[in-house]
Design a protein around this ligand. Sequence first.
Ligand SMILES: Nc1ncnc2c1ncn2[C@@H]1O[C@H](COP(=O)(O)OP(=O)(O)OP(=O)(O)O)[C@@H](O)[C@H]1O
Length: 266
Amino acid sequence: MAASEQTPLLSVRNVSKQFGALTAVKDLSFEVNEGDVLGIGGPNGAGKTTLFEVISGLNPATRGTILFRGQDITHSPPEAICHVGVARTFQLNAGFDSLSVRDNVRVAAYFGQDNRRVPGLAIGKEVEAKVDAAIAAVGLKGREHLITGQLPVLDRKLLMLAGAIATSPKLLLMDEPVGGLNPKEIDQMMALVRSLRASGITIILIEHVMRFLVQLSTRVMILHHGERIYEGSPQGLVRDRTVIDVYLGEGASKRLGSLLATPAGA
Ligand SMILES: Nc1ncnc2c1ncn2[C@@H]1O[C@H](COP(=O)(O)OP(=O)(O)OP(=O)(O)O)[C@@H](O)[C@H]1O
């Protein structure tokens, strides 16, 4: 068997993140394999975003180890983690408001180059090609010249996603990609996530919109007070007593159960 078939894409081993006396993530371990869509849910303050901060290097782990394709990235800086193939989007929009859509994606694509020349922003043909591809992938073609600060919520989320894609990720961390979107826009984002997965990108997503989470995820993990209270299939999630008591409630679990029992497209 080839090494790549044996090594998980991401291994999180006994990771804790402490903020002073507060333990936001507590001794958490899990793995993600190529092709997975791991959905992470849980109440406010459960430690979900902190987990993304730790994996992406913005706020490194206090204890534990994170391996990406077997390489220890626990204490690597964010740009090095980006360069090995991990990209992320943020809960709140993170674009430069005064720049155009295209210039925002250019900045991201440039950041994603591990051979960039410093000083100076030398954006070559290869970077421009990545920018074109990322803008097309999220459906922003034709709107490249719009000023970011004037975009509606959905387009700003798409732009953030384009920036992440332009760094050529193998693993994409998406933090609440459909927060604030209407049902039609949520469906549009769902189709986009499916197409990203089909293009070979492995995905971890955090989301409170549970229909989005259960319909997209191959596996779901629910956190509570920094600890895992559930990991398994979306079908098992809606029947799990602890998850129903702590997070979903009876009504939502029944609605999600019916949704999962309905064949796609019905
Ligand atoms: N930089 C920080 N300094 C101190 N405490 C923090 C910091 N970041 C997060 N926390 C705390 O860590 C805990 C986990 O927060 P986190 O944002 O990871 O939760 P979450 O599950 O993403 O919540 P939400 O669903 O509301 O986004 C919270 O109690 C939060 O106040």
